[in-house]
Design a protein around this ligand. Sequence first.
Ligand SMILES: Nc1ncnc2c1ncn2[C@@H]1O[C@H](COP(=O)(O)OP(=O)(O)OP(=O)(O)O)[C@@H](O)[C@H]1O
Length: 509
Amino acid sequence: MELDPSAAAAAVADKAMAVPSLAKALDAYKTAVGTAASVTAYVVLARGMARELLPHDLRAAAHWAASFLRARLETPPPERRTLVIKRSVANPYHYADADDADGGGGRRGGSSGDLYDEVREYLATRIDPHSMRRLCIGGRSKNSLSMEHGDSMTDVFEGVEFTWTSVEGRSHQENGGGYGSSGTEDSLELSFDAEHTDMALGSYVPFITATVEEKRRQDRALRIFLNEGAHWQGISHHHPATFDTLAMDPVLKQSVITDLDRFLKRRDYYRRIGKAWKRGYLLYGPPGTGKSSMVAAIANYLRFNLYDLDLSEVYSNSALQRLLNGTPNKCILVIEDIDCCFSTASRKEKDDSDYGDYRSGQANSERSVTLSGLLNFIDGLWSTSGEERIIIFTTNYKERLDSALLRPGRMDMHIYMGYCCYEAFKTLARNYHLIDDHMLFPEIQQLLSDVEVTPAEVSEMLLRSEEVDVALRVLAEFLREKKQATRERDSLLPHEDEVTGKEAEEGDM
Ligand SMILES: Nc1ncnc2c1ncn2[C@@H]1O[C@H](COP(=O)(O)OP(=O)(O)OP(=O)(O)O)[C@@H](O)[C@H]1O
């Protein structure tokens, strides 16, 4: 092996340089250790001298001055406030029932239950199970989570931290410790920086109650109340109609939804302009076009109970007044077939008659409930004594309605529920057969533009078979026959020119 002389020389030179740099580092280390030792020695010496030389009072003053300076320089922890929300001892195991909240017949709206229950319910939706050491499960709703006594959790509202602590109260026995009800004064404590006191009381706590009220409303089973004499009788309301299942012109449907949304948000607006917070809808159109389905869809959308007023059961204005006073806030008052309500004839008789001398505003001589009485109650007493109410009138014959009812401003929105258009048919096809397209759709679209058929009729055809091909064929055949029948009927009618000619002849005579 041959050695490279230049490489060997470089290695020797490197070694020679490395030795002095190691020595230098050792020197620097020694110096540093020496300095540190000297500083420590000086500090010890100085403290010893100070203790020896300075009098005790002077040392105490120096110590106080140092602490004062430190306290001044450090920012103090913010002042805290605590709000204690106690469980009501009178009914310690009461959890507000969903049906309590303005659901009962005749009770005014508003939330029930105490604040403790509402906060617990709210916190159950905010609790992060992963961040809690221990958790409770159960209570009003089987799956609801809550804190163990002694535990805390933090909720952030508008960027501010609010800390909740569950505190176990002392045991409490009523009726002298006998068999009376017992409970504990458990509480939930809300702590926050004192500067946020106004926000806690003015915004955060009201936000919690509003959130819980809204959730209870959404969870609540709806009820429909029917009048018996001057009282309401409620039963469960399970009508499946929603705006999704409602077959109608999509633009009109959206405008109804938008109107409802706007109405719900306008509490302050109605207060400012001094108008009652109520909204009136008139639904009109031929039978089977979905007026009742629309009422149910509105109730399901708003989660408002329905009060279906049958005026044929109301025999006096005072009974009417009692019934209207018995409706709570957040409800829908429905009067179906309003055109029939103030007629002496029954609906059947009226439909069969030529309607000659019918006066919809005319009071039945045997009954004292009048249209004007009803409108006065709704406009006056009913609207000023409650909030967030909807009134819906339905009719198959808008043209027969009293002008007092059609006057601008009386009913806020007139909604025409018409014959089945193609868009409405597509909604029904989706509802019943989960389809958005089919080879028969173009023909059905054409037929629907030629004939007048109600959504109820189309629904019936679509339900004839569970097989989509069969159902659509049945519908197409039904529409073809209807078109043919319409054509034949039209051909039997006298032509417009013939009518005009005949009138002219009669005029000449
Ligand atoms: N627009 C629609 N959307 C969805 N289904 C409808 C519609 N119209 C009618 N139907 C179906 O037909 C049935 C009867 O309709 P609904 O009672 O809502 O009509 P209506 O206009 O109130 O009739 P009436 O004037 O005779 O009371 C409903 O249960 C529903 O199955």
